[in-house]
Design a protein. Structure first.
Length: 216
């Protein structure tokens, strides 16, 4: 059985803020830990978005503990919108909390849309080689966050999944970027940026990349 703990976890950032988070427990023997970053708060993105909850439940069933958290200024997290750059500190806080909670398990990072880009920017800043999964990274909008160039990233197992009808990121643009950082791209036919009615299938491919068990 997969369950959310229900209680809120408090995460302390390096610049003095407190973030709210929540854990989804792994079913059976835990195989790893995933820090899962939510989409753009300006578009009402939170850790409680339906896609976030659905993917977390599936990852838990596949044997992975999942830590979701609200970026600064969202929900009960203190602070305010930081343009995407300040939110890198939030990812760092969540990764540190995941390591502290489960020091004997491998930690991975994942994110959807804005969260996928911020998680990648954190990897660049901290030269992280943790396994990474990016769901529909929002790289196709003018004026938005830019994904880091290959020379800023340490070698790591990286994976993107995107719908062929994504409204914000052209598949060919993601393909070109993925080649530069030696990342795999999985395209889900018939899906857009929100993967409506395909959350379970999305979660399956993410879980497989992050080392989860295959579910019956």
């Amino acid at each position: 059985m997969v369950r959310d703990r229900g209680d809120m976890t408090r995460l302390a950032t390096g610049d003095g803020l407190t973030l709210e988070g929540t854990w989804t427990e792994a079913s059976g023997e835990a195989l790893g830990v995933v820090v899962f970053c939510h989409p753009d708060p300006r578009a009402r993105g939170t850790m409680r978005a339906p896609l976030m909850r659905a993917v977390a439940r599936h990852l838990g069933a596949a044997g992975l503990h999942v830590l979701r958290f609200n970026f600064r200024g969202v929900g009960e997290s203190t602070g305010s919108w930081g343009g995407g750059k300040a939110e890198i500190e939030d990812v760092a806080a969540a990764v540190a909390a995941a390591h502290a909670a489960h020091p004997h398990l491998d930690v991975s990072v994942a994110g959807w849309s804005f969260g996928a880009v911020v998680a990648l920017l954190w990897q660049a800043r901290d030269h992280s080689s943790l396994t990474y999964a990016g769901i529909a990274p929002a790289i196709g909008l003018p004026g938005e966050l830019m994904v880091p160039p290959a020379e800023e990233l340490a070698a790591a197992r990286r994976f993107f999944v995107i719908g062929d009808r994504d409204q914000y990121t052209p598949v060919n643009a993601l393909d070109r970027y993925a080649v530069t950082i030696d990342a795999e791209v999985r395209v889900m036919e018939g899906s857009d940026h929100f993967f409506y009615f395909r959350h379970d299938r999305l979660a399956e491919v993410v879980a497989a990349h992050l080392g989860g068990r295959t579910l019956p």
